[in-house]
Structures are given as C-alpha cells and as structure tokens.
Ligand binder design. Sequence first.
Ligand SMILES: Cc1cc2nc3c(=O)[nH]c(=O)nc-3n(C[C@H](O)[C@H](O)[C@H](O)COP(=O)(O)OP(=O)(O)OC[C@H]3O[C@@H](n4cnc5c(N)ncnc54)[C@H](O)[C@@H]3O)c2cc1C
Length: 623
Amino acid sequence: MRGMNRDITRRDFLNGTLLGSGALLLGSASPSQLFAQAVTTPSGDDWTGYGGVGDYANSNGNTNAVLEAGHQIRDGLFESLPATAIDTGETYDCVVVGGGISGLAAALIFRRKAGEGKTCLVLDNHPIFGGEAKRNEFLVDGQRLIGHQGSALFWPPYPHSFIARFYESIGLKVPRLEYQKWAGPAPEIPLTRTPYLGSAPYGLYFGKKFGQPQGVWVTDLKKLEGAPISAKTREELVRSQSDQAAQKPLYRGDAISRRLDTITLEEHLMEKYGISRETVRTFLSDEGGGFGLGPDALSGYTGYAFDGLGPIPDEGTEMFPDGNSGIARLIAKTLIPESIAGSPSLEDVCRNHVNFAALDRAGAAARIRLDSTAVWVKHDGDPAKSESVTIAYTRGGKTYRVKARSVVMAGGSWTTRHVVRDLPDDRKEAYSQFYRSPAMVANVAVRNWRFLYKMGISGCQWFEGVGSYLQVRKLALCGADSPTIGPDSPVVLAIKVLYPYPGKTAEQQGHMGRGEMISTPFREYERQIRQQFTEMFGRSGFDAARDIAGIILNRWGHAYASPAPGFYFGKDGKPAPGELLRAAPFGRIAFANTDLSGMPDHKSSIIEADRAVEQLLNLVLAD
Ligand SMILES: Cc1cc2nc3c(=O)[nH]c(=O)nc-3n(C[C@H](O)[C@H](O)[C@H](O)COP(=O)(O)OP(=O)(O)OC[C@H]3O[C@@H](n4cnc5c(N)ncnc54)[C@H](O)[C@@H]3O)c2cc1C
C-alpha cells in the first residue's frame, strides 16, 4: 500500500509492511490435512528442523550450541576463568569477538591499518561467519534456491564515501546488480528486488480476527474498498499512508530528532497522522519492524534513524540473492583469500563453497575460529597499564584461552556486557540501556507462486497468525540458478516473525518474545505456516503438501537493537549510551557492532569497526 508506484526505500525497509502482525493463529485446516503429504522432513532435531543444503545447512539462526553457551554465560558458569581452561599458547595482536559484518570488517581493517606483520583472530559462536548476514539454500526439483537469514538489503553509497571505498576494496566495485527477467509466456506482473512490500502489486488479507472466517482480500490499497473495518479505521489508515507534512529531522542531533527521542514511535505516529493508539497497535505495529518491536516501545527517532547513514536518496535498493551474506562473504574472501574458491568476484563468492579448512590455519596472520563462544575477557592486571588481555572461549564442550594485545568486542551488547569481566560501571550502565529483540525469519520454498499470480499480486500482508507479509522477489543474477522468473518458478518466500507485546517495556517484550520463539518446536511453526498459507491461498489453488518444498527457521534470540526513548541522545542529563561506549576504548578493549549506532544497517557495523580499530592501533603499533 505504501509506495505503490515506486521501489522500496529506506522508509519501506523500516516499515517492512504497512500494517501490523497479530499474535495468535486461528487456524481451520486440521493437522492431518496439513501433514498428509509432508515434504519438509526435518534434518535436525525437533527444535532446529530442516536446515537446507550448502555452506549454511547446519547454521540456521542461533543454533542449539549457541543458545547453550549463551545460557551458561547468563547462568554465571564463567564468573571466574575455569582452572581447566586449555592455554592454546597463542598471542594475537588483535582478537575480535564476533564474526558478523562488524567483526569481519574489524579484522580486515585491522590487518590493513596495523600492517601485514600483525596477527588477528576472529572468534564467532556459529558454525559459519556472517552473524545476521547469512543465507539458506534449498534444492527444489534440481534448482538451487537461495534466501537470506536476516540482514538483507544494501543501498548504493555516495561515491568516494568511506563505505563506497570499503565496498570497492572487497570487490563490490559497482554496487548495482542485474536481476532476473520475466519468463513468460504468462503476462508479466511487477516484482520487487527485495522481500519487502514495495512497488509491486500486493493484497491485504483480513481473516477471522475481522469476523471473516473465509477471509477477505483487498487489493484497492488507496481506498481500502471492501476492507472489513470501520469507516473511522479506514480513514485513519488511508491518512497514515499519506506523506504527512510533519517536520522531519534534517540531521541526526537536530532539535527535531532530539524531541523525537523523548517520545515513543507510537506517540509520534498518533501525533503525525492524527490516529488512535488502537489503529497503531492493530495495523501499524510493523512501523517499528526494522527495530524488532512495536512502536510503543521504541524511540520516536527510530522512524528516521536510517537517514543518518546517507544512502543516495531515490537510488533504489539492492539485494544479493542471499542478502548481506554476500557482503560478509566478500569481506571473508578479502581477509583470507582461500576461504572461498575462485576470484573475489560477486559471482564466485556467491556460488562457490566456503573452504572451512582455510579459515583457521596455524601460522596464518588472519584467522577465523568458528563454533567458539567468548565467555571471559579480562585485562591481565590493571586495565590502564596491562600489556595484554586474556580471552577464554568454549568450543566443543571445552574451554580454551588465548592472549591478545588488543580486543574488539563486535558481538553485540547482549554478550559483551557479560563477558568483559572487568568492565567498569559506566560502561555497564551504558550497556544496560541496550535492548536486543528476538526475530525469526522463516524461509518457505514453494514450487511455484501461481496462487498469488492468479490474484494479480506478487506479495501480501495479513494481520493475524504467524508473520505478517511476504513478497516474491527477482533475484540478482550473480547467484540465481535461473536468469528468468515467472509464476511457475520455484521461489523462497521469507516470512519475518516479530514478537511485539504492546504495552510492555522493551526489555519485557524481548524476554517474552524470546520465550515464545525458543519454546516453540519446529513442527509447530511449520504447522502454523502451512495452515496460514492454506487459509490465505487455498482458494487460489495453493496446496501445502504439493506446493511447499521446504521450510527453514532462522531464530535470532537477540536480533534487532530496539532503541527506547533516550537511546540516541541520552536522558536525565546522561549521555547517550552508544556515545559513551564509542568515545574511548576501555584499556585494550574497544567496542564495535551495529547496535552502538541504533541503526540496524550493516554500514554502521563497518563504521563502528573502523572506529574501534583506530582506537586500538597505537597499542599495537607502539612496540
Ligand atoms: C532480521 C534482520 C534483518 C536485517 N536486515 C538488514 C538489512 O536489510 N540491511 C542492513 O544493512 N541491515 C540489516 N539488519 C541489521 C544487521 O544487524 C546488520 O546489517 C549487520 O548484519 C550486523 O552485523 P554485526 O556484525 O554488527 O552484528 P551481528 O550480525 O549480530 O554479528 C555478531 C556476531 O557475533 C556473535 N557473537 C556474539 N557474542 C559472541 C561471543 N561472546 N562469542 C563469539 N561470538 C559472539 C554473534 O552470534 C554474531 O554471529 C538486519 C537485522 C536483522 C536482525
């Protein structure tokens, strides 16, 4: 509905969708109907479920092992360095904790700035690097299908900017991609280049929650003709689609942005559009979608925070077939050239396999050690004077320790605040203001999307049940198996599931959402998704048993940074928590990760990495 005639913008990315997600599934098809010819045989345990094929087959979202190690930290198992920790005898010039885009970028920037002779080790807790920037792969009837696990989009940067130069240095010289063309012979309908609703035609589905047991589809998105909602709600929704003239911040830190940071996004939306809280909560809860929670818990400035990173306005959005996994792979390939076979081209990095044996080779100047959770990080002696830091990590049930002359904590607030054992009170206090919310990306491989095509749409939105929107996208050719796409093409439909509990604090919502996400078995989510699809698309020819080829769940316990009011510019006379952590390193430890900026954008991961490395260089270069 928003932006019917244009491609997705930063704002659409924030919204994800026009309207909100419901909480409960009100299903009609019986489990026996749904599983009569189940095709998605789980390959993992009851919780993990099916993992797909390829490099990421055993790394879908947070794995069981990642959760277990995280819970051991939470439960105080590593308050002191275990006497049994095995000393590997290694000392690195820099150890980077966290192998997402921020950690990988920190390692690469460190190697470039500190010089060839300096050594660097990246520790990451997952079976593959990338953090949120990972992918899923399916093999459907001989065709390789690919989807993103979390971080998806990138925007062409200003030429000559730091990010443009960084992109260029990892092989992303022309950050504009070519995409699949329409296959025919069926008449073409527009598709987007991203999994978000945008310029392509889509429909709204109103089900039982709106007194419509059979479901009602609305495709007149301008007037919402036929929507089973009151005239007042319709008016409010239509108004909320107009580009209201509310004053927008001109730059991060101006008076408008500071005021917005004192109220919630919900209050801002009510004020901006003159709409009720109920309308926001029922239909606009995804306005905070880029931040993981509903607008009631977020700072009003989250509505504009993306603008701070300056992608060229109206330049459109780009997406690798596997989302920003493409960027993570390019960085890894540049850091360790043998890590992925072939040249450092987009094509090779997208299509070739990771050479896991090359990631952590003895004697190499740059190493990435996977399946390794840092549990204890502490200066050896007084942080102001110490010459080194000890880092302990768990791997395969054992604890190891290494030493480093400098450390970049790039894993994110939710572990950094616990594992840096000598973290001073001011940094602890700052980290206590960070909330990371859960999110699940369910990738559903379907053998065709004719059931949408028949309705003249390529995407849709719904307001109850699991998830709230989906969109068929054209894939960039650098990783697509087929150069064309049509209604009979197999595709991956990404369903993002958020866990808002309006009225609760950000912390409470995160806690409750994680509980719900983690306690739900794979089979139950699979059942809900099949039921949702059957309800919505059964009448246009969808058959779950025939059409769904596979489902992969990517559950992220601490996915989105969810800035509450005061996060960006501080409150009660105190500085913004991110500013305090960025201002200076703590001894030999500096802080990175996207969450410091309050912008869920990989560019901020790279910018924070660069700043953190700069802060440590003199410690490493001095002798
Ligand atoms: C669902 C979702 C969609 C998104 N979509 C986009 C998008 O379209 N475009 C965009 O630019 N950004 C997007 N983002 C934002 C995304 O977070 C960033 O783009 C980027 O991928 C974050 O990189 P990072 O390295 O800062 O953090 P992360 O990706 O979180 O990486 C941190 C890594 O460190 C690991 N780690 C944490 N603690 C430890 C420890 N103690 N020991 C070892 N390892 C540890 C983590 O498990 C993880 O692997 C999205 C985020 C989410 C959650």
